[in-house]
Design a protein around this ligand. Structure first.
Ligand SMILES: [Zn+2]
Ligand SMILES: [Zn+2]
Length: 224
């Protein structure tokens, strides 16, 4: 990887943080209440506990990624540009495979003991907002990232550009699905689909395990 790669990676983290901050501000601004899917009557978890967990998880995943770049970067990410078809194949292929594997990981996390000791942390959030996208047990944070990198390893090596796009999509969609708004405009159709789908997961628990594509839940009968 070259210097530009690390600069752009830093920018994707910054943009992700900015998106999280804007939606968090909107969640706390009564003007936008009309667009919220559901609003809790009182804070679900103490704010300090929430911010400590979210900050530590942000830090943890950044450290994990730096470790990944250091140990596996040169093997799994190549410099230069692929063809257009190669680029589409790399990005779409990795995201599809990741989401497919994540579907099963997430179902596994709903197994009784795993839910009790790991995934329960995330499900303390009954009414998600953007920062709570990373309100997680560290083991879940690790498993999600490991799965993304595993998908990349299975289909890779991938180009620097493909890696950055996949990483950006992975991070931003995870934030967006937790924002809990629905905006009545056709431009927001995909956004509304994601937020409604994941809100149902937090509300009902046993549906909508995949986070990006609709068809994994449809294929396995867990769509709602
Ligand atoms: Zn969630
Ligand atoms: Zn879950």
């Amino acid at each position: 990887m070259d210097t530009t790669f690390f600069i752009v990676w830093g920018v994707t983290l910054g943009v992700n943080g900015l998106i999280m901050a804007v939606f968090n501000w909107m969640s706390n601004n009564r003007r936008f209440d009309q667009y919220r899917i559901r609003i809790p009557k009182s804070p679900q978890i103490p704010p300090l506990r929430k911010w400590i967990n979210v900050s530590l998880n942000g830090l943890f995943s950044t450290v994990l990624m730096i470790g990944f770049f250091y140990f596996f970067g040169e093997k799994m990410i190549y410099r230069g540009f692929p063809t257009v078809a190669g680029f589409v194949g790399e990005t779409l292929g990795v995201l599809l495979l990741y989401d497919f594997m994540y579907y099963f990981l997430h179902r596994f996390m709903h197994a009784r003991l795993v839910l009790k000791y790991v995934h329960r942390t995330h499900h303390l959030i009954r009414f998600p907002t953007a920062p709570e996208s990373i309100y997680l047990h560290p083991a879940e944070n690790f498993a999600g990232l490991a799965l993304l990198l595993l998908a990349m390893w299975a289909l890779g090596p991938v180009s620097q550009t493909s890696f950055l796009i996949v990483f950006f999509v992975y991070s931003v969609i995870n934030v967006l699905v937790h924002t809990n708004f629905v905006f009545p405009h056709p431009a927001f159709r995909l956004y509304n689909f994601w937020t409604t789908k994941h809100d149902t997961h937090h509300f009902r628990m046993n549906y909508n395990y995949a986070s990006i594509f609709p068809f994994w839940d449809q294929a396995f009968g867990t769509d709602k």
